[in-house]
Design a protein around this ligand. Sequence first.
Ligand SMILES: Cc1cc2nc3c(=O)[nH]c(=O)nc-3n(C[C@H](O)[C@H](O)[C@H](O)COP(=O)(O)OP(=O)(O)OC[C@H]3O[C@@H](n4cnc5c(N)ncnc54)[C@H](O)[C@@H]3O)c2cc1C
Length: 405
Amino acid sequence: MTRADIVVIGGGAAGFFSAINAAEKNQNLKIILLERGKEVLTKVKISGGGRCNVTHAEFLPKELTQNYPRGEKELLGPFHTFMTGDTIEWFEKRGVELKIEEDGRMFPVSDSSQTIIDCFLSETRRLGVEVLLNQSVKEIQKEKTHYIIHTSLDSFSAEKIVVASGSNPKIWKLLEGLGHTIIPPVPSLFTFNIKDSRILDLPGLSTNAAVRVLDAKRKTLLESNGPLLITHWGMSGPAILKLSAWGARVLEPLEYRFQIEVNWLDTISEEEVMEELKSLKYNFGKQTLLKYAQFDLPNRFWQSLLRAAGISESLTWAEATRENLQNIANQLTAGIFQVDGKSTFKEEFVTAGGVDLKEVNFKTFESRLCKNLYLAGEVLNIDAITGGFNFQNAWTGGFIVAQNL
Ligand SMILES: Cc1cc2nc3c(=O)[nH]c(=O)nc-3n(C[C@H](O)[C@H](O)[C@H](O)COP(=O)(O)OP(=O)(O)OC[C@H]3O[C@@H](n4cnc5c(N)ncnc54)[C@H](O)[C@@H]3O)c2cc1C
């Protein structure tokens, strides 16, 4: 049995951030980090397409929390202690500069996730944190004054433990054994599979749109707007990813089969479109409708939507009936699409679910049920939309855990 002051379970973002900051605060502590794999930080490595989207340039706690479908309320206090600015400073102090991209995402200037990994590994070496690989935790025993942890290879005892095992069902089971409630995991952040002739030949096209998820009675279940990207298999982009994150628990029971209504003109209403179409009819009577795209839509897309509205190649604006115009307005502002399944968003995917947030004290990230057991990162029922927010949750949790260990 190996004794330590602190054992951290999980060699990911939250585990490393907890261990390093705890060691920084008190270098006399013996800290052991247990990782089941033969490598650490594997998700950091592949994150953000290999560039690691470390955080997001949002500097107001309240605004930042609004990117978390689960955890919004709970993270407000913690963000007042450690958030974006602190993350930037933390890495800068250790020689890692971050840069902001146009959409607010922040990456290491090197554009390589390896920079983050190298920083963490060199910090653990400098501070004497023992990182042990191939140590899959199988059992967590709670004794009166300490915890005993059995792995596939060894046993460890420590007064305090940090569980930072990500979305790992086995550890969730062990935490259940200690009395915790686990909110069942469901996928979050995914794209919609849609086979529809209107978008079939247009992968790569992106436009600002408003999207509503409809129930069987065509009532709105969820809505969002923002850039929508047409892909080879359906639709992606922020407007869709937001729906997948906020709708993670609503869409799962539907088995990811439902209808969406898309307004390709975002905030422009059907009535406004009708007015504009009537004016086109009045002013450009001799032109065929398909010839020139309107509303700043790409030509091919305009033609595709008009064909779906039943407009023939030769129809001129003068010949267009009120019904023709109504059909066009409808396609532009209220097109119905059938979603049939989901696909992984490869840049970043996360799981909604984990330890029930009611059972955690967010001043310290300590379990309310097990004294001296701390939780950080995706093991908790916290997740965010894409953009660097999921890592920010890991950094914030890890930092606060370390201050309270
Ligand atoms: C492809 C991809 C790209 C992503 N890109 C981004 C991005 O750019 N920006 C962003 O903010 N978020 C991104 N995310 C999400 C982000 O990676 C996670 O939110 C984050 O890694 C969670 O950190 P964590 O430490 O809680 O869990 P993890 O990073 O999953 O780490 C948990 C660790 O615990 C270990 N472990 C599990 N069970 C045991 C056990 N029984 N014993 C010992 N060890 C165990 C695991 O092997 C793992 O190393 C991405 C996710 C994916 C999948």
